[in-house]
Write a protein that binds this ligand. Structure first.
Ligand code: NAD
Ligand code: TYD
Length: 337
């Protein structure tokens, strides 16, 4: 199998490339990534010299480039996206350009080349806040943020390419991922790195929002199985079926590091902040026999250990990245006002 993986220099994409290259039947992985602030080739240093791996810097919305690359593969796995909800609140435009237009450019190239599979990586956030129970794959979509709305739009466009053109598209909707190499603007890496530095932990609202935490390697395994056994035209939820509220998670973190709860700083809530995400994962279990292997009780302490041991990875991002600093200055100014 020859794959075009987009957004492979980001958090989940880099884990997926490592995962898929460990399979001997994979002949080629082309990683197309624009290297935005969130993309780091360092995340893939261990596979950079693999002769079945090739990196191309570029934009998924660049039609001619995408067409050229698509001719060399039989499958696309589309991770490339703008992914941070708070950034989408500050400026939605890049979310529409990459997540919606970029996805359509990939789909069109895949259609013209009659690719064997197109996996669209999506999120539980498209269902919106779930007051009770758990969203099944056929639940209506109520995205709350420009980020989740752009992902919902991409899901619909991807599925329309199946219905209208017969392109074998699969849409996956995953819960919040955690694991090594996650950019320290997202909740867990932000709070772990801040706690390690004795910096305040900005908890939104009352801290009772609920998220499911899925280990990134479990997510990658689910995608690999769906590549082989998923049914075209279908949506698959990928989650754990277990929610945790943010405040409880922060308390576990602080206990683990032996830090005071005084570091918790309750700040103004995120506008449109979804209270609870929850998905049913019965379909993927039944159809491809996937279930998560790493539970949060062991995965979270391991993650804290990883950030403790990999300061060389995140310290330069925190201290040197101009994009990171600019974003945080704006973010904190908004919350204080
Ligand atoms: P990330 O922000 O860590 O990485 C995104 C990558 O995409 C970066 O390497 C970036 O350079 C690249 N990129 C951005 N715009 C691009 C463009 N126009 N062309 C080419 N490359 C571009 O993201 P992530 O957390 O690894 O998420 C990957 C995918 O998984 C996204 O589609 C996201 O919506 C989805 N997802 C993420 C989570 C999560 O918890 N992180 C949960 C469910 C679904
Ligand atoms: P985040 O990692 O942004 O993911 P999501 O896309 O699910 O919103 O945030 C996870 C949860 O943590 C969410 O309820 C918002 C909350 N959060 C904070 O309380 N403070 C923060 O600084 C961040 C980034 C997130």
């Amino acid at each position: 199998m020859k794959l075009l993986v987009t957004g492979g220099a980001g958090f989940i994409g880099s884990h997926f490339i490592r995962h898929i290259l460990s399979q001997s039947d994979i002949e080629l992985v082309i990683n197309l990534d624009k290297l935005t602030y969130a993309g780091h080739l360092d995340n893939l240093r261990d596979v950079a010299k693999n002769r079945r791996y090739r990196f191309v810097r570029g934009d998924i919305a660049n039609g001619p480039l995408v067409k050229r690359l698509v001719r060399q593969v039989d499958v696309i796995v589309n991770f490339a996206a703008e992914t941070h909800v708070d950034r989408s609140i500050q400026d939605a435009a890049p979310f529409l350009t990459t997540n919606v237009i970029g996805t359509q450019v990939l789909l069109e190239a895949a259609r013209q080349a009659s690719l064997h599979r197109f996996i669209q990586i999506s999120t539980d956030e498209v269902y919106g806040s779930i007051a009770k129970g758990a969203a099944k794959e056929n639940a209506p979509l109520y995205p709350s943020s420009p980020y989740s709305a752009s992902k919902a739009a991409a899901d619909h466009i991807a599925l329309s390419y199946f219905t209208t053109f017969g392109l074998p598209v699969i849409v996956t909707r995953a819960a919040n991922n955690y694991g090594p190499f996650q950019y320290p603007e997202k909740f867990l890496p932000l709070f772990i790195t801040h706690a390690l530095e004795d910096q305040p932990l900005p908890l939104y609202g009352d801290g009772r929002n609920v998220r499911e935490w899925l280990h990134v390697t479990d997510h990658c395994e689910a995608i690999a199985r769906l590549l082989e056994r998923g049914r075209p035209g279908q949506i698959y939820n990928i989650g754990t079926g277990r929610g945790h509220n943010n405040l409880d998670v922060v308390k576990i973190l602080l206990r683990r590091l032996g830090k005071t709860e005084k570091l918790i700083q309750f700040v103004k809530d995120r506008p449109g902040h979804d209270r609870r995400y929850a998905m049913s994962v019965a379909k993927i279990k039944k159809e491809v026999g996937w279930a998560p292997r790493i539970n949060f009780g062991s995965g979270f302490p391991e993650l804290i250990g990883w950030y403790e041991e990999h300061r060389h990875w995140w310290e330069p991002i925190l201290r040197q990245s101009k994009a990171y600093r600019r974003y945080f200055v704006k973010q904190y100014a908004r919350r204080a006002s």
